[in-house]
Write a protein that binds this ligand. Structure first.
Ligand code: PLP
Length: 287
């Protein structure tokens, strides 16, 4: 694997950073994961815009323009093509505040950020038939993370612990609800549900990440004539839904058939999901 570190490309095994990097000491940084298929990125503009907003929110100067990020992405994809033969390549970007001389919570304002990128294999595009797709089962937990979940921070311990709880329960993910019992998102995905043909997903606020796949999916569904609303729903609504889906850059639109041991709908992938994934595939490279 070829990685990018502070302006240079090198084998991943040779990429080294200081233990005094604030990304290591404090999780003080912002990251992105951008999916590409046969060299074509999905949602590049959305991902780089969100990264720019995250960096601004935590007062790190964005080291690169969108065009420069585009070059790094293209280089990482082409340099790793021989290692990742499927051509299903996720590109990871990480900007930490940089390396300090001391460990001190307050951040120095003018140190050079550490910029890291690498490429890894992601799953192939989701099949479009409900008989071919592998459905998810998920756990359900109260969200115990911080109150700035709209920032794609590299401080992911809260997400890691929620995700691990799902793995420990023998399922694939963990859907989260807030103190009012309303669904926010999952530990590494956004959440959609379908009831009586109507698709909904929670509106954006500080309790969830503005997922790029979520945004592309909403637009794709609208263009395909599917009705989708951004509205809060409770964990009871979720358990009584006809269909539940997760969205993320690596999972696209993934159907869920079991939540916290409760069967969703008839326990099979639903008909609306088939329309949704078809709509997503026909729109995703145009976003
Ligand atoms: N929510 C969380 C907490 C995430 O970590 C992610 C992605 O990793 C998402 C949602 C989905 O975001 P995107 O569609 O931009 O990958």
């Amino acid at each position: 694997t070829i990685a990018f570190l502070n302006g240079e490309y090198m084998p991943l095994s040779e990429a080294k950073i200081s233990p005094m990097d604030r990304g290591f000491l404090f999780g003080d940084g912002i990251y992105e994961v951008i999916p590409t298929y046969a060299g074509n990125p999905v949602g590049f503009k959305g991902h780089t815009t969100r990264m720019a907003q995250g960096l601004e929110a935590i007062e790190i100067t964005n080291p690169y323009t969108a065009e420069q990020w585009q070059d790094i992405l293209s280089n990482l994809v082409s340099k790793n093509q021989t290692f990742i033969e499927s051509g299903n390549i996720g590109v990871y970007f990480h900007v930490s505040r940089g390396t300090d001389t001391k460990r001190f919570h307050a951040y120095p304002k003018h140190i050079a950020p550490t910029v890291f990128g690498f490429a890894f294999e992601i799953a192939p595009p989701q099949p479009t038939s409900k008989t071919d797709v592998k459905p998810f089962k998920v756990a359900l937990q109260q969200d115990k993370r911080w109150q700035r979940c709209h920032i794609k921070s590299t401080s992911l311990l809260g997400n890691v612990m929620h995700y691990q709880a799902g793995v420990d329960a023998g399922v694939n993910e963990t859907i989260l609800y807030n103190g009012d019992g309303m669904i926010t998102e999952a530990s590494s995905c956004n959440v959609f549900m379908v009831k009586d043909g109507a698709i909904s997903t929670p509106p954006l606020n500080h309790e969830l990440l503005p997922g790029i796949t979520r945004a592309i999916a909403i637009e794709a569904f609208k263009q395909a004539g599917l009705v989708v609303t951004e509205t809060w729903f409770s964990k009871e609504d979720l358990l009584n839904a006809d269909e539940v889906w997760l969205t993320s850059s690596s999972k696209e639109v993934a159907p869920v058939v079991e939540v916290d041991g409760h069967v969703i709908g008839n326990g099979e992938v639903g008909d609306v999901w088939e329309k949704a994934i078809a709509a997503y595939h026909s729109y995703k490279f145009k976003a």
